[in-house]
Ligand binder design. Structure first.
Ligand SMILES: [Zn+2]
Length: 223
C-alpha cells in the first residue's frame, strides 16, 4: 500500500542528514514523500550575502530532494536562527498536514538541543496534534490523524532510539543528496560525518552495515 510521508527540517539540509537513506528507501518502495523546510538557512555562510544565500539554499534543497526522488518540497521561509514560532507558522504546518495527509511524520528529535531544531520539533508536534480533530478551523483542509511520528538526529547524536533503518543500499544516494548543498560542504566534511555516524549506528544496531536511527514519538503498532 502506498503511503504519504512528511519530513520536516529546520534548515535546508537537515532532512537529508538525518533521514536521507530512509527517504530513498521509502521512495524506492513506492511511497510519496514531502519535505517541509522551515527556515531559509541564510545564516549558513560568512562569505555569501544573506539574501543570495537564501536563494542558493532553496535551490540546493530542491536538487537534494530530487536526488532522493522527492519532487514535493515546501518552504516556510522563516528566518534562520529563529527564536520562536508564531500562530501563523502553526497554521501553515497544520494546513500542510491536512493537505498531504501523511501516514507518518519525521521531525527533529526531542533530544536535539540545537535551538532551531528544538523549536521546529515543538512546532511539528503542536501542528500534528492540532491537525487532528475539529478545531483550528482557520487552517484549511479536513482534520487528519498522523499515525506515526519519528524524531531524527542531525548534529547531535541521540541517546535513545527505538527504530532503525538499514540504509546500506541507499547510502550513496544520501551522500549524493547532501553533496547538492554546495554552499555548506565547503565548510563541513559532510560525507565523513554521515558515513561515520551511519557506520556507528549500523554496528550498534545489527553489528554491520550502515543505518539511520529514530526516536519513536508515536506509533499505533508496538514492535
Ligand atoms: Zn539544522
Amino acid at each position: 500500500m502506498q503511503n504519504n510521508y512528511l519530513f520536516i527540517g529546520a534548515h535546508p539540509d537537515d532532512i537529508e542528514f538525518g533521514c536521507g537513506g530512509t527517504v530513498a528507501k521509502l521512495v524506492k518502495a513506492g511511497h510519496l514523500c514531502t519535505f517541509l523546510i522551515a527556515t531559509n538557512g541564510d545564516q549558513g555562510s560568512h562569505s555569501i550575502p544573506k539574501t543570495q544565500l537564501a536563494q542558493i539554499r532553496k535551490q540546493e534543497a530542491i536538487e537534494a530532494a530530487k536526488t532522493l526522488g522527492v519532487n514535493d518540497v515546501r518552504f516556510l521561509e522563516l528566518p534562520d536562527g529563529l527564536t520562536h514560532f508564531t500562530f501563523d507558522d502553526k497554521m501553515a504546518m497544520i494546513e500542510l498536514i491536512r493537505e498531504t495527509k501523511p501516514y507518518a511524520v519525521f521531525t527533529h528529535s526531542k533530544f536535539d538541543h540545537h535551538p532551531d531544531h528544538e523549536i521546529i520539533h515543538k512546532l511539528s508536534i503542536a501542528a500534528i496534534k492540532s491537525a487532528h480533530g475539529p478545531w483550528f478551523k482557520e487552517a484549511q483542509g479536513s482534520p487528519h490523524f498522523v499515525k506515526e511520528i519519528y524524531g531524527y538526529e542531525v548534529w547531535n547524536p541521540i541517546n535513545e532510539y527505538q527504530m532503525s533503518q538499514d540504509i546500506s543500499s541507499f547510502f550513496e544516494l544520501k551522500d549524493s543528496a547532501l553533496k547538492q548543498h554546495k554552499s555548506q560542504i565547503q565548510d563541513y566534511p559532510y560525507t565523513e560525518a554521515i558515513k561515520g555516524l551511519a557506520q556507528y549506528r549500523g554496528a550498534m544496531v545489527k553489528g554491520k552495515g550502515l543505518a539511520e536511527v529514530f526516536e519513536v514519538l508515536r506509533t499505533e503498532f508496538l514492535c
